[in-house]
Design a protein around this ligand. Sequence first.
Ligand code: SF4
Length: 690
Amino acid sequence: MPSMNADAAKVLPGRYCNSLTEYSRFVTREVAIGDVPMGGNNPIRIQSMTTTDTMDTIGTVEQSIRMINAGCEYVRITAPSIKEAQNLAEIKKQLRQRGYTTPLVADIHFTPNAAEVAARIVEKVRVNPGNYADKKKFDQIDYTDSEYQGELERIYQKFSPLVKVCKEYGTAMRIGTNHGSLSDRIMSRYGDTPQGMVESAMEFMRMCEMMNYYNLVISMKSSNPQVMVQAYRLLVETMVAEGMNYPLHLGVTEAGDGEDGRIKSAVGIGSLLEDGLGDTVRVSLTEEPEAEAPVAIALVNRYVERNQELRIKNQEKKEASFDSPLATHYSPHNPYEYKKRHTYEANAFIGGHMVPRVVVDLSSANLKDPAVLNDAGYIYSPLLDKYNMGEQSVDFVYLADQLPSFIFPGNLKQLYNYSTWQKLDNKTMCHPVFTLKEYLQADDRSSALNLIRIKPADIDSDDFGHLPLDKSLVFVLETDAVHGMADQRTFFFKMEELGLDVPVIIKRSYSFSPKSEVGSQKSDGNLRTTYDVERTTNLQLYASTDLGALLVDGFGDGIWIDAPEIDAKVITSTAFGILQATRSRISKTEYISCPSCGRTLFDLMITTQMIRSRTSHLKGLKIGIMGCIVNGPGEMADADYGYVGSGTDKVTLYRGKEAVKKNINSANALDELIGIIREDGNWIEPNSEH
Ligand code: SF4
């Protein structure tokens, strides 16, 4: 093998996308995958993975068809050993007989021999460079340069036969790195970091290029959206520095289920799509695989529209690319590490080291009924005439010009439009919201907290230049730009340049046009419409993308989601979900549950629900729920505890990365897990005050 540089490529800071200000897709090289090419100017492709046993041919074929009908353009199937890899031929044959030509992808971990069989059958193979030719021992060994080079040469011997097969059969390959499942070699030099993830893939990519094989797709997944976003950005920068432009497969691993899974996926995937990165999307939910494609489609569709709108706007301009004058890369912010923007603490309410605040608009609610605050997380007890607060109680309610006819809980701050606030008899816990002009002209301001509504372009105005600054001031940053996240991000960059440390509440507004409604049954028996489901999900996905993309970089001291057609309760839980997913404010237990696949040893959905039902009050704990012992322990990354399938009806429990109870009966496993949490002093009785 030719000698390879064992050191990571040197990268220039700040260039990971075409533009930080304009929407511009990073155009990658086109890769042939059956008759559905990826990358280049092809649409962003949708894909998912089966959860059936690969030896269950009919079950896998039928599930694949459901996924294809839901919108999947590629179907991935696990091939844990040679026999499953061989059975891919039967699955493919039956799909083709039924008229489905969707390319198939074999998912490989640890088994080069299965990969070489699968690569002769399916259109693409996925390998994990962290475990393709490595057995993880979790050893922290120091490698000398020559030992490291020796390891690379050993990997090359194991990996190059697969590349040869792929070249011969025209098979594509995804080099899919996962945070938490890096090789000991990479861990010893880079740690479990975005840089380690990138270098893990780059080693394999360089080997492919040395063999003149370029049919590659790359992924950098993590269950932590912050890590995932940083890793993809660093990957692009590193690829470009080495003259590569392979398509990107975007995904957040082990995102979980329901609202949490959708929000976490949108924060990670959406943040990258906003910057024009991504050629295919897989949303990983602990649900039926056909539930994933609609979420991926909703995320991707926003950019089809955005591309068209901006193309019209940019007709006169050259399209942005890494080298075009349109490309705007200037950022005073390091995009490869999380650093909360420095702000002052405004009267102990917001900013500084405080967690981001949540604002909810209740101005259209019935302000005669104290129970209206239930939607904002203040549960009213008529019997006691008092409110109970929880971890998801909002910090501010916006009432515009409406006055409530009941007494608010003492710690809930009310926001009023300036003209209404001025007339209040009792201004305790009530604060004004100004326009920029109103604030400049006001002779009556709050001594505690003054909020000013502002748009990014205002920062360049004369009015902004005349703003008297004091520590009662907080900006509410709004935008009506098509590419709103970048518009708001530019404001943060400019604030940083000007050295302004005013706290900022990021506000985004959404409206959903009416559609025809079709009835469906909710689990509680009430009728809900599919339209409700669709617009609620879309709100969750859009807000998670727009706000999450700023929060993952440390921008924002508060968030305000304005969506008049959506229940305030949904808005409240979405806001707290986004803060949880971006790890900027933890208000609940985090579940890192795998989407399941043909290796899964128990029903992930039922088990996740069961574990959730007993542990969902353990705020801040991260519990991994993984279907198999082969990949589970690595992929649950930074979970505090792990519940991992290790055989039929057998579970192994983890404390961090250490297996503390091996192969216990699944009937007792949850009680045992709670016992371990209790031993560590992390257990709280469900109904105790905390
Ligand atoms: S952790 Fe889950 S999705 Fe990953 S290989 Fe194991 S069972 Fe499959």
